[in-house]
Design a protein around this ligand. Structure first.
Ligand code: ZN
Ligand code: ZN
Ligand code: ZN
Length: 327
């Protein structure tokens, strides 16, 4: 039983979702997952959000699973406000009166007219001829000499109360719900770092798992992690053996770039010891050139891939080709 399969058994989300998410991370060579804001959807995690929606899950459900598998490491990214009704982060930001709740709030400036001593609201004194004092009806004059700024505060145009700090207020652009800071949903958005080492462990399992499922669906007889005895008497383990009538094909992968030299020796040594059977070796295009020139047998077929789906498709084609031909 493989490590990934065992881990997936305890998964709280469907296994397909986890495999799809992992495949996407592998194929798109993602190092970091960062939420992005757009006008239509608010904050989203791109492909992961689409995947979550398709399965009626949240992105967090998927990320939690990937965390459990050791593939993602979360880090706090932003604290955001969401609509308590529909969860949208597309909000119109407003200020509200702490007394009556109206959002018809203005910032006002208190000034004092030096010549007459009147203190009032600067904005209320605006006219076509500039600022005119409410008390002496003369122009306010120059700031700093003729009149002084005392401070600024807020005024509710609905109930006329004045206050230092208005309350934040939001209108949801998704469902039109209107709410204040007491009702708002405070949500922590994470970003995630991909653990490439851990991911590498799963690449082989994902590829082999999918190949296994698809070949079984097509009616082939298949063994995973099969042991076969070589001419030397040694037992060799091969990832997959596909059988049809009395013919068979071995399938192996060389995807771990760190142990590539020893993996090449193992796979090609096994090939020779087994008497050069039909043998498919799956390799990523990045390392294909390191492997290709070592292929010493015409019975070895290299399947070179850039994305996981390509590895699966090409392997299936190769199996069909090798098992249809009489050797
Ligand atoms: Zn008010
Ligand atoms: Zn005045
Ligand atoms: Zn809403």
């Amino acid at each position: 039983m493989s490590m990934l399969k065992t881990m997936l058994r305890e998964s709280k989300v469907p296994q397909d979702v986890v495999i799809n998410a992992l495949t996407y991370i592998i194929d798109a060579e993602i190092d970091e997952i960062i939420p992005e804001y757009n006008e239509r959807e608010g904050f989203t995690y791109g492909e992961f959000t689409r995947l979550a929606v398709r399965y009626n899950l949240t992105e967090e459900d998927i990320f939690e699973e990937l965390e459990r598998l050791g593939v993602l490491k979360p880090e706090k990214y932003k604290k955001i406000i969401r609509c308590p009704q529909c969860g949208s982060s597309r909000l119109l930001s407003q200020l509200a009166c702490p007394q009556c709740g109206s959002t018809d709030v203005n910032r006002i400036t208190l000034v004092s007219h030096v010549s007459c001593g009147y203190t009032g609201v600067l904005e209320d004194m605006a006219s076509d001829e500039g600022f005119i004092c409410k008390k002496c009806k003369k122009p306010l004059g120059k700031e700093g000499t003729d009149y002084l700024k005392i401070g600024s505060l807020f005024r509710c145009e609905s109930c006329a109360s004045r206050f230092d700090a208005p309350h934040p207020h939001y209108e949801c652009l998704g469902c039109n719900y209107s709410f204040g800071h007491r009702e708002a949903d405070y949500h922590t958005l994470n970003k995630y770092e991909v653990n490439k080492d851990k991911l590498k462990d799963y690449v082989e399992e994902i590829i082999l798992g999918k190949i296994y499922d698809e070949l079984v669906a097509e009616g082939y007889k298949i063994e995973r992690n099969a042991k076969i005895k070589g001419q030397s008497g040694l037992d060799h383990t091969t990832n997959i053996i596909v059988r049809k009538d009395h013919d068979f094909v071995l399938i192996d992968t060389i995807v771990d770039t760190e142990n590539i030299t020893s993996d090449i020796l193992t796979v090609f040594g096994k090939h020779v010891d087994l008497g050069s059977p039909k043998h498919i070796v799956i390799v990523p295009s990045k390392t294909a050139s390191l492997i290709a020139f070592r292929v010493g047998s015409s019975n070895i077929k290299l399947v070179v891939f850039d994305v996981v789906s390509e590895a699966i498709y090409k392997t299936k084609e190769a199996v069909k080709e090798l098992l249809e031909t009489i050797s």
